[in-house]
Design a protein around this ligand. Sequence first.
Ligand code: T4K
Length: 388
Amino acid sequence: MKRVNSKSDLAVNGAEPAFAELLHVGRPNVGNRDTFLANIGRILDNNWLTNNGPMVQEFEQRVAQYLGVEHCVAMCNGTIALEIAIRALGLNGEVIVPSWTFVATAHALYWQGITPVFADIDMDTHNLDPDSVRTMITPRTSGIIGVHLWGRSANVEALQSVADEHDLKLMFDAAHAFGSSYKGKSIGQFGECEVFSFHATKAFNTMEGGAVTTNNHELAETLRLMRNFGFKGYDNVIHPGTNGKMIEACAAMGLANIASFDSVTEVNRANHEVYRSNLCGIPGLKVLEFDSSERNSHHYIVLEISEECGASRDELVNMLHAENVLARKYFWPGSHRMQPYKALYPHSDLVLPHTLVLSERVLILPNGQQLSSDEIRLICSLIRQTVQ
Ligand code: T4K
């Protein structure tokens, strides 16, 4: 690995980094401040802060309309939304998930006494491999959770076929996929239901937040009961439930941000292109492409660094951190090598070869409306100088 020149050289030696301020992966995209503050004013005027208030209802309608789905049930975050959806679908025993995802996908099952069983992924798309899913099915399997990783849709039809063949429920963790499509249809409409995260670090955020979307009226009704302790009217509990409610202030942020979401996507797409053109032709370094026939927020800039590259993934991450670029190794080392799964499945490396390879190769770079083209070019030139 070569040391980078000039300013960045100094940074690696402990002096001035290339960027005066930290450039984070996950820096929030924030819409019109005046709209947000006016929404907050409306909340205060209403004297209604939470519990299915008018702002949350407006937000749900707006999201459902944007995604072309019948029901959006807003929740306090994506993890609780996953847990509630899993319980509402009656999943039990074992559920098949990718290991190559944020650990919340597996935790949402384990937290409820359900065993997550990890299947491998496709090397090109980083999404669940339906053939690997097939090999993991046992008499205890009740469902499959596909993840649309990096906003690239999972292989929806193939997973649905596996689920239908074995009478399993299929749902999706769509935490990365707000604004994405599969065969031209918006993500949010597939499987029994889909679960979004609107965390601050997502392309579209409500600070903290999430939602379950579905075209199934009965399921939507159950989800609404479950997120509010099972209450139907005053003093009348008709279902087991928890507190999964989104607060009004989060919906206020969501309404401000959804108005600018398309422009955030455009900025991300352009940034992705700048990264791609400035990093092309480096042996062993690939910028993950997005399928141009599908919609995607282009929020994640995913690099794969293989052995032919002049620097390892970890050397690049260390160099970037020294330069104040907070690149991330999402989702190293893979959920199956995190606790409690590592102790539960000490041999699962053997059945997850693609997950293992990618977990050593992937690096995520910053993106979003706050990043300039010049900053991207500088990040790329730091990488180029390091690997040459
Ligand atoms: N399924 C999938 C596939 C997911 O990716 C996630 C969440 C979930 C389910 C669960 O949804 P939630 O329950 O979270 O709604 C972050 C997020 O906390 C998490 O929401 C997200 N995935 C995951 C991919 O990333 P960490 O542990 O990396 O967070 P942290 O604190 O290191 O922040 C990430 C980066 O963002 C840092 O570089 C700092 C920057 N940042 C963060 C915040 C909160 C900012 O610049 N501003 C901010 O306000 O998990």
